[in-house]
Write a protein that binds this ligand. Structure first.
Ligand code: GDP
Length: 463
């Protein structure tokens, strides 16, 4: 059953060749028929599923003609939302689009909330929760890898794996209860050994799924990264190397190089939230603007997940150079820069400095771009599992999904422990039921209203 009739502009705001207004819900076709007069003698309400009609868009109740356009009719359940849907395409001007939407409201629709179309698709069982989440990310994707991953999740790669593990666990639980309840029947008999083997196999798949989150997170959420080093080491040059890559979006270019620059960039498959900081000089900084820059840099370094420490190898290592590699960030890389003009002796000295701090070192010439591929490969090695194929493998991409997969794994491990301790098999089956509940919340309809709201609130209107 569909919901009340909602409408929104589903194409991006602003001027475009065409715009599409989507109307969905019980009565969506009747609603459209009050504002769309098709050419020909068949009324709009008699239009067959997946059929386009050309006609005039009017203000309802005898109002003026707004535009001409095309209306495509989809009948439940064969639409994106699973409800009756009319999609009206008109000329894409801002004013025209607004008037057509207004006409839809006058014809009885109410404004759709953010994500409401996708939410209805989920509620009517057209897509799973992870597919809905991925649809949201697909629209927002900034990098090629984000696009690949969200597209494969939207097509159901994760849902398929989760539902497979779910079925295997459900069958173990069912067979265990049948064995307990009907010991004489040997149809579905299961021994504790078989139960254990089944649980071990599921645990292995869940472990692999949990491990994929490292990659999914790096691709989807990205890694907070700070480029730091002395003034003139080549930080801005390196920053521009990253930002110059096709997918870069420089979000915050400050007016002065003393401030912090930020860009979302792709380092291979990894999304980096990259900060270029002001030179890390404390002493003798009298200029208040520069001091603000320095304290911001320190603040960024303390919360970063990856520190890229850039060294100017035309100068010998000096005081404070090793300090940068002693900060407690989860990952650090030393970039030994200006290798095109630096002496081998200096390069070796910086290598030794990095080695002492147990940090990988990349010898580079940022201005020439030499060594950049090695730097990117190192970042991918640290933050992703290179075995994972983003276009086809099941990958966890959100903290919520990881939490549920981990919860399921813990309960399956509980089941294995129960069997190993010689407890009755119904204890193990109870644990497996707990795992099933986690998997159902990962991808199913058994999630709380609150979580569903949270997921769809991140969408924009019209999706
Ligand atoms: P920042 O102060 O750390 O941001 O340093 P910049 O990126 O502004 O670079 C300082 C100077 O070093 C500039 O003149 C750059 O052209 C130069 N530079 C940066 N990287 C290299 C390099 O790899 N080789 C050489 N020869 N010069 C470089």
């Amino acid at each position: 059953m569909g919901g009340d009739v909602i409408a929104a502009v589903s194409t991006p705001r602003g001027r475009g060749g065409v715009a599409m207004i989507r109307i969905s819900g019980d009565g969506a076709i009747e609603c459209a028929s009050r504002m769309f007069v098709p050419a020909g003698s068949t009324p709009l309400t008699a239009t067959r599923h997946a059929t386009a009609r050309y006609g005039r868009i009017i203000m309802p109740h005898g109002g003026e003609v707004i535009d001409d356009g095309v209306c495509v009719i989809y009948r439940a359940p064969h639409s994106f939302t699973g409800e009756d849907t009319s999609e009206i395409t008109c000329h894409g001007g801002v004013l025209v689009t607004a008037r057509v939407l207004e006409a839809a409201f006058a014809a009885g629709a109410r404004p759709a909330e953010a994500g409401e179309f996708t939410r209805r698709a989920f509620l009517s069982g057209k897509i799973t929760l992870s597919q809905a989440e991925a649809t949201g990310r697909l629209i927002e994707a900034k990098t090629d890898s984000q696009l690949k991953l969200s597209s494969s999740t939207a097509r159901g790669a994760l849902s398929a794996e989760v539902s497979d593990i779910y079925s295997s666990l459900r069958s173990l639980v069912a067979r265990t209860y049948v064995t307990i309840d009907y010991p004489e029947e040997d149809l579905a008999d299961i021994t504790p050994d078989e139960l254990r083997a089944g649980a071990v196999a599921a645990a292995e798949r869940l472990r692999r799924l949990c491990a994929s989150y490292k990659t999914g997170r790096a691709v989807t959420d990205g890694v907070e990264t700070v480029i730091c080093g002395r003034p003139n080491a080549g930080k801005s040059t390196l920053f521009n190397l990253f930002a110059g890559e096709g997918s870069a979006i420089v979000t915050d270019i400050a007016g002065t190089t003393r401030d912090t620059l930020r860009a979302d960039v792709a380092a291979g498959r990894v999304l980096l939230h990259l900060y270029d900081t002001a030179g890390l000089r404390d002493d003798g900084v009298d200029d208040p603007i520069e001091r603000i820059g320095v304290s911001r840099a320190r603040e960024k370094i303390s919360t970063a997940e990856l520190i890229i420490a850039v060294y100017d190898a035309t100068e010998k290592p000096g005081d404070g150079d090793s300090e940068l590699l002693n900060v407690s960030a989860p990952a650090k890389i030393a970039v030994i820069n200006k290798a095109d003009v630096a002496s081998d002796e200096n390069i070796s000295a910086y290598k030794a400095l990095a080695k002492a701090a147990d940090t990988p070192a990349i010898v580079m010439s940022a201005s020439k771009g030499d060594g950049f591929d090695e730097l990117v490969a190192e970042i991918e090695r640290i933050f992703t599992d290179t075995e994972i194929d983003l276009t086809s493998d099941a990958v966890l991409a959100t903290a919520r999904q990881f939490h549920e997969a981990k919860g399921a794994l813990d309960r399956v491990m509980g089941a294995i422990a129960a069997i190993d301790n010689g407890l009755p098999t119904d204890i193990a089956a109870g644990e497996l039921e707990g795992a099933l509940a986690h998997l159902a919340s990962l991808d199913g309809r058994e999630v709380t209203e609150e979580i569903v709201n949270e997921i769809f609130s991140k969408f924009c209107v019209g999706k």
